[in-house]
Write a protein that binds this ligand. Sequence first.
Ligand SMILES: [Zn+2]
Length: 659
Amino acid sequence: MPTKEKFYLTTPIYYTNGLPHIGHTYTTVVADVVRRFKRMRGYEVVMTTGTDEHGVNVERAAKKAGIAESEFVARMATEWRGLWNELGLNADEFIRTTDLKHVRTVQWLFKLCRENGYVYKDHYTGQYCIYDNAFVTDAKPGDNCPDCGRPTETVTEENYFFKLSAFQKPLLDFYRKNPTFIQPETRKNEIVSFVEGGLKDLSITRTTIRWGIPVPGEEPHVFYVWFDALTAYLSAVGGPEFERRGMWPADLHLVGKDIIRFHTVYWPAFLMAAMLPVPKQVWAHGWFLMDASKMSKSKGNVILPRPIANMLGMDALRYFLLREIVFGQDGNFSYDALVTRYNSDLANGLGNLASRTAAMIDKSFAGKIPKPAALAPQDVALAKETQSTIGEVLERYENMEFARALETIWGVIAAADKYLTSEQPWALSDGQADTERKAAILWTTAEILRIVTALAHPVLPDSTGKVWSLLGQPGAVSGIELDGLRWGQLVSGVQLGKAQALFPRVDKAEAIERIEAMANEEQNPQPAPAAAHAVATSASSGAAAAPAVSEKIGIEDFAKVEMRVGQIKTAERIVGADKLLKLTVDIGTEIRQICAGIAQYYEPEALIGRKVAVVTNLAPRKLRGVESNGMIIAASVGPEGRPVLAGFHEDVEVGARLK
Ligand SMILES: [Zn+2]
């Protein structure tokens, strides 16, 4: 049993017929912020996410891909888990509904419900699509299938039913005794009136679906959707042996508003029927609207997290999602607003305050945080103001008011900026009195920065870590106990750490264009380039390491490739693409922009003036959103395919053709 107070939270178990988009990312980011916040308040925290892998949609998708369902879902789970890891959103538990421990838990829960008299067998009649092998929910006789448009047929099958109707009163009593169970308040009213309207028993098994968890001894019955998926929250922390882990009941289920009914009606009813503890809270967030319409695959307005994280950093996306959208309500998503926030709040706000403060301490105090001899009234006033916001921010986080928590923190940043502008430490002399005054100002500013960093850490885990080490403060910022955070704990006399670029300013139009190009690349992947092509220009393709079998070509085929001597004029790194360099290359007749996947092995400055072999008649293409018009030839060396630029031992004229 944990000695600390426990906190168990979950995201939904995401359905694996598609890949993660910004909506899933939003829920998972919120869960990660809550997890980090609770840890900094001293809780023993477990966060669960996972994949919902059963059902007819998976059957269909696997069939379309020409592979077994088990292989299809294994690939999808790898994709989901991989993306969460890449985005720094790796949960403590990743549960798959095909995991054996989950299968056992569902069967055990069913057994308990049945033993307690809440399960019975009956006939289920509905509209069925023979082509898709699926019941069409809410269809009436004569309706067509929404998936394929064919007429549905009325079909009756034998199902197991759950006596949901028996839980109307117990649920209403439960909501009354636990007034914060359903959040936000508006959703609670909806659910209460839904339950007051009466509950119908629920079919929880199917015989028409093959890909599901079998009902023991009752094949061909398999569990249907919610009885399977919801139970994953319990499977992840011990299933039948949940008491040993000590995490159940869940303290918080985070869900989208479209699935709140299942989480606040079905799920507590299943658990009550099994006489198991019921979760403490379900929080429903809103949807992302783009031009006021819900984001959806069919509308083609899906936003992907990876291109944004590549361009601006994951912290920027986290900040935007929590700052711009009031948690619990619908919010608008636009790249324009995202980049605007990035530049104003992160680059000009936190990033600028950190780099300014460090630069002044560097200049006036040889990079050591000064110790003030005396404080002026305005320093003390600012200290009081900052101290008073600590409690306010903690309360806002605790109430899931993330936008307001961040607004409060950024209010402190603005106050520090204003303070520096009015105190003008840069205008003070090196005389003793002025130096003492400078020490007080810079100590005060650094202390504000320390407090802001600790408070913003749950939302900006990466960049606050950088500010923390810049300030040379002991330990890790994640190890700060927020409840013990006070004004005046800044350790002075320590040397500042190395300055790191926090949030480089970006040009809005260019940043948006790059994000969109990367999103387009990700949604419409081009076929893998040929081996030779990959060497110089592809940042990530594994094709270079596995050259195709050499097939002999005629001289006329080779003659189609135009190669010339080029000279590199400029070289720079590309924000958001750590393997690529953007080069301009003189090829004799013109100067071309070419991207090359050599950034990890060549310093940009060292390349200027270098003569290289360039394929000049390659169709232009975009790499990470940057146009590349041509290709630099490089050898691929060693197991990791280190690029070595091809060159010349004698001086050659720029533009000369290679034959
Ligand atoms: Zn159909």
